[in-house]
Design a protein around this ligand. Structure first.
Ligand SMILES: *[C@@H]1O[C@H](CO)[C@@H](O)[C@H](O)[C@H]1NC(C)=O
Ligand SMILES: *[C@@H]1O[C@H](CO)[C@@H](O)[C@H](O)[C@H]1NC(C)=O
Ligand SMILES: *[C@@H]1O[C@H](CO)[C@@H](O)[C@H](O)[C@H]1NC(C)=O
Ligand SMILES: *[C@@H]1O[C@H](CO)[C@@H](O)[C@H](O)[C@H]1NC(C)=O
Ligand SMILES: *[C@@H]1O[C@H](CO)[C@@H](O)[C@H](O)[C@H]1NC(C)=O
Ligand SMILES: *[C@@H]1O[C@H](CO)[C@@H](O)[C@H](O)[C@H]1NC(C)=O
Length: 468
């Protein structure tokens, strides 16, 4: 294994920039006794935006990386005065949801920022929805300590989901999260899982083993070793077959069994979230969901016919071919933020699609397509921003605004799939190096990161502006 130390410049881009400072007061008051959300005052000061560059060493680079050093990318954008895009309001709660919101209020604030208004659709797959799902699991898990149950009934589920959306919206989140993240009231119930009582659960499952496997999840290795994920599957199998249904009958998988297993996995996650404190539980849940996230390219590929027409049959006009390719790629660039590993998936998927259209030349090489060309483009310089494979939450700082980390190791050519290679490269193959995983996550302390501030830079980086 070739070890490489590299300076990884990751970028915090802040895009709440205003010429005038505004003060917004966030004021959330519960309107029901049972929703014991604390009175929360937060002064959000919007100031002139600035650009932060975070330096981190000791990051693994993908094998596909060329020898040249990664180039930092700094979006230089003309500042423009903007109005704050959230007016924080009072949530109108149903008063009928018994979830203990106070047990997860920092989770909820984080989720509101991760799913911020117009940004939510572009962060849905990578940050917003995983965080929302983790929040719901933790809310139910923590509340089970009082209620003794790991699921809500349907009536409760409807009230609670609507209350969660209300609270999030009041803190600036997009108001259609249920649609964006495909969350339904049934996702808060036990669905088809036959076990929901904490006592039942603990009488069936070896809870000590489960907790030991999942209390701490290794951010780098879990996706390959699957220590916690296997323990969750095992526990889910046990509770799913409680009523004698083993799922396999005469070597046939019973219909509905895999849905039942999934439903039982949710119950297992909620139990874990009742035994682990909210913040470490969130880390566990996000790390697990991250493993699935990085396996797939979330982009939707339009028809490749136009590219095939210009680039097929031996390329006789490189300019025409590459301009068709650029036009095609530009459709991908309007969809979503993606992680660096997802970008590898996307490059492989598109490459194979083009190969199926009888294009044998390496179009990525020919047209200088890099991995970051698959990401949403930010800034007037049209630079891509790939998120690290373990994307961190969006941050809202009262002085600097909103920020997130781009992985600047992505300035590498997109790998054209080799025709002999059938499956996509597994990131668990030790001979293939994983793109940057944040080194700081092993210590569990994000405060260790080293921030360098470039105060003169006004980074009015509005994704909104480039997407309109
Ligand atoms: C916030 O409230 C102010 C004053 O009521 C209004 O002018 C502005 O448009 C509101 N902004 C949003 C994003 O709703
Ligand atoms: C919420 O997301 C939807 C897309 O799903 C978008 O159309 C809408 O504008 C977003 N809301 C806000 C306040 O930006
Ligand atoms: C909610 O449940 C439906 C099936 O009932 C499922 O398709 C969907 O993925 C679930 N959503 C989440 C966020 O788990
Ligand atoms: C290649 O295509 C471009 C644009 O379609 C055109 O302007 C140019 O003349 C073509 N070159 C040749 C050699 O055909
Ligand atoms: C690719 O080429 C093969 C053989 O030359 C041909 O049979 C097939 O129809 C072509 N496919 C496409 C999509 O053009
Ligand atoms: C790992 O990848 C290398 C080349 O990338 C390949 O030769 C090897 O067979 C792979 N190993 C496994 C277990 O997939």
């Amino acid at each position: 294994m070739r070890e490489r130390l590299s300076l990884n410049l990751q970028l915090f881009i802040f895009f709440l920039c205003l010429y005038e400072s505004n003060c917004v007061q966030m004021d959330i008051v519960p309107d029901s006794e049972r929703n014991s959300l604390p009175l929360l005052y937060q002064h959000v000061q919007y100031q002139q935006g600035s650009l932060l560059v975070e330096e981190k060493a000791d990051i693994l680079l993908p094998d596909t990386s060329p020898t040249k050093a990664p180039q930092p990318f700094i979006p230089l954008l003309a500042p423009s005065p903007l109005t704050p895009y959230t007016n924080n309001t009072m949530p109108r709660l149903s008063g009928l949801c018994t979830l203990k919101f106070s047990a997860a209020d920092s989770m909820i604030s984080t989720t509101a920022v991760d799913c911020l208004a117009s940004f939510a659709p572009f962060l849905a797959n990578v940050i917003c929805c995983p965080q929302l799902q983790a929040t719901l699991v933790i809310l139910i898990g923590q509340s089970s300590k009082d209620s003794g149950t790991l699921a809500l009934d349907m009536a409760q589920a409807m009230h609670c989901l609507s209350d969660v959306q209300e609270i999030l919206t009041s803190q600036g989140a997009n108001e259609t999260l249920q649609t964006i993240c495909s969350v339904y009231p049934s996702n808060l119930t036990e669905a088809s899982c036959p076990v929901k009582d904490v006592n039942d659960f603990e009488s069936i499952v070896d809870s000590t083993t489960l907790l030991a496997a999942c209390e701490k999840v290794d951010p780098v290795n879990e996706c390959c070793t699957q220590i916690c994920q296997n323990a969750i599957s095992e526990a889910a199998r046990k509770i799913a077959s409680r009523d004698g249904l083993s799922g396999i009958n005469d070597a046939h998988i019973l219909p509905g069994y895999s849905a039942r297993l999934d439903d039982c996995k949710s119950i297992v996650l909620r139990w874990l979230a009742s035994r682990i404190d909210p913040l470490p539980a969130k880390q566990v849940l996000r790390r697990i969901s991250n493993c699935n996230l990085n396996k797939f390219c979330p982009l939707i590929f339009p028809d490749t016919q136009h590219v095939a027409k210009r680039c097929g049959n031996g390329i006789n006009n490189k300019t025409a071919c590459c301009s068709a390719m650029a036009k095609y790629i530009s459709h991908l660039q309007k969809q979503s933020f993606i992680t660096n590993l997802q970008a590898l998936d996307c490059a492989a998927l598109l490459g194979r699609q083009l190969q199926k259209m009888n294009i044998s030349a390496n179009l990525y090489d020919l047209c200088h397509i890099s991995l970051k060309d698959f990401s949403l483009q930010v800034g007037s310089q049209e630079s891509g921003c790939l998120l690290p494979s373990l994307p961190s939450d969006i941050t809202l700082d009262q002085y600097t605004g909103i920020g997130f980390i781009c992985d600047l190791n992505d300035n590498i050519a997109a790998p054209w799939p080799s025709t002999s290679q059938l499956a996509s490269v597994s990131s668990c193959n030790k001979t293939v190096k994983m793109p940057a995983l944040p080194a700081a996550t092993t210590s569990g302390n994000d405060q260790n990161e080293n921030y360098v501030m470039l105060p003169a830079m006004v980074a009015c980086f509005m994704i909104v502006a480039i997407l309109k």
